[in-house]
Design a protein around this ligand. Structure first.
Ligand SMILES: Nc1ncnc2c1ncn2[C@@H]1O[C@H](COP(=O)(O)OP(=O)(O)O)[C@@H](O)[C@H]1O
Ligand SMILES: [Mg+2]
Length: 129
C-alpha cells in the first residue's frame, strides 16, 4: 500500500511548485496511472515515493511506514521503478538487467531465473541467456 498525505514539493527555494498538496491511497493490487501535461509533477511524485527526491511537506508511507524513516537503499529494493530515459546497465544483457535487484537481494539463482523469465514474458520479451 502506498499513501501520500498532503505531499508538496517545490524547487528553487519555492519558486517552482512541482507537486501541490497531493493526497492519494494506492491499495495492494491496485493500479494507478498519473496522467498529465509535461511538467505537471508526475516524475517528481514517483521520485518522492522511492526517495530520489524528498517532499517539502507532507508524508509518504509505503506499507504503513514513512519512507523518510527508512534506509533509502533497502526501500528501493522493494519498489520497482522504471526510469523514462536512463537506468540500464549497458554492459549487461537484458536478463542481467532484469535480475539486478533480485541479485542484490541474494535470491537463489534458480529463483532469479524463473522470476526473470516470468517478468520478461509478461512484457513480451523473449528470454535468452
Ligand atoms: N530537479 C529539479 N529542479 C528544479 N525544477 C525541477 C526539477 N525537477 C523537476 N522540476 C520542475 O518541476 C515541475 C514538475 O516536473 P516533473 O515532475 O518532471 O513533471 P512531469 O514528470 O509531469 O513532466 C516542472 O516545472 C519541472 O521543470
Ligand atoms: Mg516525467
Amino acid at each position: 500500500m502506498i499513501e501520500l498525505r498532503n505531499v508538496q514539493k517545490s524547487y528553487d527555494g519555492g519558486a517552482t511548485l512541482a507537486v501541490a498538496d497531493t493526497s492519494v491511497v494506492v491499495e495492494r493490487g491496485e493500479f494507478l496511472g498519473l496522467i498529465g501535461a509535461s511538467g505537471c509533477g508526475k516524475t517528481t511524485t514517483l521520485k518522492m515515493i522511492n526517495r530520489l527526491e524528498e517532499p517539502s511537506s507532507g508524508e509518504i508511507l509505503v506499507n504503513g511506514r514513512n519512507v523518510l524513516k527508512q534506509n533509502p537503499e533497502l526501500l528501493r529494493r522493494n519498489l520497482g521503478y522504471v526510469f523514462q530515459g536512463i537506468g540500464l546497465f549497458p554492459h549487461r544483457s537484458v536478463a542481467e538487467n532484469v535480475a539486478a535487484v533480485p541479485c542484490l537481494l541474494q535470491w537463489e539463482p534458480h529463483k532469479i531465473q524463473t522470476r526473470c523469465e516470468q517478468c520478461m514474458e509478461l512484457v513480451g520479451l523473449p528470454f535468452a541467456e
